[in-house]
Design a protein around this ligand. Structure first.
Ligand code: WQD
Length: 344
């Protein structure tokens, strides 16, 4: 029998792709999700793509110990947890810091307590490249200081610290993955990113312009100290990111401490906004009209991973390039113009 993994927030963008990868690797999964910013339809489709493989769904909140107990009690023993559940919008976190500390930090605390109750101390945690703040030297290495500048990133760093303290307190095995910018979708076009309302992020905005749902892209600033003046980010295919969770869990089960293990998950090759636009046009043949507008408050000029540690320790490297990110994101958008709300 495969190992049993509890996945919080498994219906979200990264969670749903990770569920599919793990089911295909033979794991038995329990997803805990409150569907606040996600749809149960994502999990139906994961189930359908994975064939008959096992996926139990518990509707509930990571802040609620009873919901967690129900999830843990679905099987005899949970072997590991992947903790995706949380809030992730930078601007919203500035407006509602209490909500962010409650869901992200308190939610993680309540989850960790439930893990101790159920004798499971193995966890992969979703952290963020924004933990590095506004860095000036590149590429970003995990041993560089964290310097979060908004409540979203501050809550992620606080949870990293909590998990570090747990590793000092007992036999915890923790991998903290600092994600850069995941984009694209499963190549089937059945699961993908489904932002509510006007997308905040570059990629879904581009695919919605391509689909005619939005008229033009606004490029936020062309006066950054970068070669073409637009912001640089380290975009990676969401399927590569999903794969990283599988190998991280294997590592936790097989390798002795020291823990926590903190890893950047990115490609190491940053792309500017205009390079992404050009790449999308080249791989889909659709032109993306854009206007250059003011910088967006809170944006940094550049974020780019050093992905070496993940390669050395996990043997993980991204395998998919910009063309696949664009092709797969566009396939998803075309097949699901209104996301999961359009039904099957
Ligand atoms: C990328 C680049 C923009 C939209 C994201 C998440 C954040 C965090 C990290 C969360 C920037 C530019 C964007 C648009 C544009 N992780 N842009 N026009 O800012 O790195 O943040 O990753 O889980 O929460 O939001 O990503 O896709 O928003 O922006 O010009 O309409 O594209 O200025 O340079 P970002 P993004």
């Amino acid at each position: 029998m495969g190992r049993r993994v509890l996945i919080t927030g498994g219906a979200g963008f990264i969670g749903s792709h990770t569920c599919l990868v793990l089911l295909e690797q033979g794991y038995e999964l329990i997803v805990l999700d409150n569907f606040d910013n996600s749809s149960p339809e994502a999990l139906h489709r994961v189930q359908e793509l994975a064939g008959s493989k096992q996926l139990a769904v518990v509707k509930g909140d990571v802040r609620n110990p009873d919901d967690l107990d129900r999830a843990f009690q679905t099987v005899d023993q949970v072997d590991g947890v992947i903790h995706f559940a949380g809030l992730k919008a930078v601007g919203e976190s500035v407006a509602e810091p209490l909500r962010y500390w409650d869901v992200n930090v308190n939610g993680s605390r309540v989850l960790a307590a439930a893990m101790e109750r159920h004798d499971c101390r193995t966890i992969v945690f979703s952290s963020t490249s924004t933990a590095y703040g506004e860095p000036e030297t590149f590429p970003l290495r995990e041993d560089m200081a964290t310097a979060p500048v908004h409540p979203y990133a501050q809550t992620k760093v606080a949870v990293e610290q909590l998990l570090t303290a747990l590793c000092s307190s007992g036999p915890w095995r923790v991998a903290t993955l600092r994600y850069f910018n995941p984009v694209g979708a499963h190549p089937s076009g059945r699961i993908g990113e489904d932002p509510l309302g006007i997308p905040n992020n570059l990629f879904p905005f581009i695919t919605q312009v391509a689909a005619g749902r939005r008229e033009r892209l606004n490029v936020f600033g062309q006066d950054y100290p970068t070669p073409d003046g637009t912001g640089i980010r380290d975009y990676l295919h969401v399927m590569d990111l999903a794969d990283a969770h599988g190998v991280a869990l294997e590592h936790l089960w097989e390798q002795e401490p020291p823990y926590p293990l903190t890893l950047n998950i990115g490609t190491g090759r940053g792309l500017s906004v205009l390079e992404v636009v050009k790449g999308f046009e080249a791989s889909t043949g659709i032109s993306i009209p854009y206007d250059v507008v003011e910088r967006r408050a809170g944006d940094v000029p550049r974020l780019e991973a050093c992905p070496q540690k993940a390669k050395e320790i996990l043997g993980w490297s991204p395998r998919r390039g910009l063309a696949e990110m664009c092709r797969d994101g566009w396939t998803w958008q075309q097949a699901n113009p209104m996301g999961y709300r359009g039904g099957t």
